[in-house]
Ligand binder design. Structure first.
Ligand code: TTP
Ligand code: MG
Ligand code: MG
Length: 393
């Protein structure tokens, strides 16, 4: 049967949730902020509504900068608990309509719709419309949906018409859909890859699709080269997979006294890592990411993360990685007040071995997965920044 995949992404999610709670905010620039605690406007923009976007405000921008662009905007602190609760309810709605779903981020989910739609794209669009209607009716929130024969096309289709979009790209339309698009719009192509492709004279996805495999692997390595080769033609065979365990386990604590002593910091972080490992063991989890957080005097917060290709479950790997991150960290003459260790991208031990199989396998799925994880890491990076407040204080 024809495979059909849907990707649903909430529109300006955190800001839309805030607007919903406060109708008076609608129609004026609204900026959701992650305040760092340093000065009145220290911190970054989490997201903002379309009125603020029109003025040039963007996710990740310093709040002080956004303040200059949207002088009369409302600047609200992020309230993660509120967004997580809304997200859970939305995910429940999506699950009612499809047997297999995969939450890809706080505001995003894939659903495999082939069976439900009997392989018919117009039926799939009807299902998507029902999901949109129910989310609007129950949550008073809009979202944008993309539908295609795989995750890659679904994801890129969802970006086409925002907000409140519903875009279907049928298999025979893929070529036309991708051809003239800027290469930076291809999922998995970040600023760095885009720059490199431009330097190689590749400006559009259509031009990328003309390049042969050898050229791409020589320039981008075997795995990412092959990913670009396939993705530029809209090929992707990543399955939609329930992610059993997202979440993370962390420990953060204050030093008895602010300190610059490297040995003391290392000993402290090593104990935090042990604690985290113990909890991971109790919950039977393995991890693909380790993050070290340092809060310096004056509450300046920094995080450093490392992501592995496969799931790890040993204390040695956790300790070694945490120590590397600590040693790489430059105090720049300041004292450390608090330190934290976190493991993320968790899964139940032994579960599927999916991470290992997909990452190390020879199939294109493995390569795509690896790359997608790479792309995901960028978001994880944004999330690290976004969640700093929660984790740190
Ligand atoms: P996105 O879906 O990337 O963005 P969005 O929903 O705000 O806007 P769009 O309509 O374009 O989809 O991210 C979902 C939420 O994640 C977003 O509402 C806030 C949070 N987030 C951050 O806190 N920092 C970031 O840098 C990004 C990209 C997102
Ligand atoms: Mg969104
Ligand atoms: Mg999103």
């Amino acid at each position: 049967m024809q495979r059909i995949v849907m990707l649903l992404d909430m529109d300006y999610f955190f800001a839309q949730v805030e607007e919903r709670g406060e109708p008076g905010l609608k129609g004026k620039p609204l900026i959701v902020c992650i305040f760092s605690g340093r000065g009145e406007f220290g911190g970054v923009v989490s997201t903002c509504n379309y009125e603020a976007r029109k003025l040039g405000v963007r996710s990740g921008m310093p709040i002080a900068f956004a303040k200059k662009k949207a002088k009369d905007g409302a600047f609200l602190p992020a309230d993660f608990g509120k967004y997580e609760r809304a997200s859970e309810r939305i995910m429940q709605i999506v699950k009612k309509y499809a047997k297999t779903t995969e939450q890809a981020s706080i505001d995003e989910a894939y659903a495999e719709l082939g069976e439900e739609s009997e392989g018919d794209f117009s039926k799939a669009a009807e299902i998507a419309q029902k999901i949109k209607d129910e989310i609007l009716q129950r949550e008073k929130l809009t979202c944008s949906v993309g539908i295609g024969e795989n995750k890659l096309i679904a994801k890129m289709a969802a970006e086409m018409e925002k907000p409140n979009g519903l875009t279907v790209v049928k298999p025979q339309e893929i070529g036309k859909f991708l051809h003239g698009m800027e290469v930076g719009k291809l999922f998995g192509v970040g600023k760095k890859t885009e720059g490199k492709l431009h330097a190689l004279g590749v400006k559009t996805i259509g031009e990328l699709a003309q390049k042969d495999l050898l050229f791409l692997t020589e320039n981008f390595g075997n795995s990412f080269g092959k990913y670009l080769f396939d993705a530029s033609k809209g090929k992707d065979d990543e399955p939609v997979e329930e992610r059993e365990e997202a979440g993370q386990i962390s420990r953060i604590a204050s030093f008895p006294k602010d300190t610059q002593d490297k040995k003391e910091i290392e000993g402290f972080v090593s104990r935090l890592a042990e604690d985290v490992f113990k909890r991971a063991g109790e919950e039977g989890m393995e991890f693909r990411q380790v993050t070290f957080t340092a809060i310096l005097e004056g509450l300046e917060a920094h995080t450093k993360s490392r992501t592995f290709e496969k799931y790890e479950s040993s204390i040695e790997v956790l300790q070694k990685t945490a120590m590397e991150l600590v040693r790489e960290f430059d105090l720049r003459g300041k004292k450390m007040r608090r330190a934290g260790v976190r493991i993320g991208m968790l899964q139940k031990k032994g579960k599927a071995g999916a991470g290992e199989k997909t990452n190390e396998g020879n199939g294109s799925a493995g390569r795509a997965a690896k790359n997608r994880n790479g792309a995901g890491n960028k978001l994880a990076g944004a999330w690290d920044a976004a969640q700093k407040n929660l984790f740190d204080f």
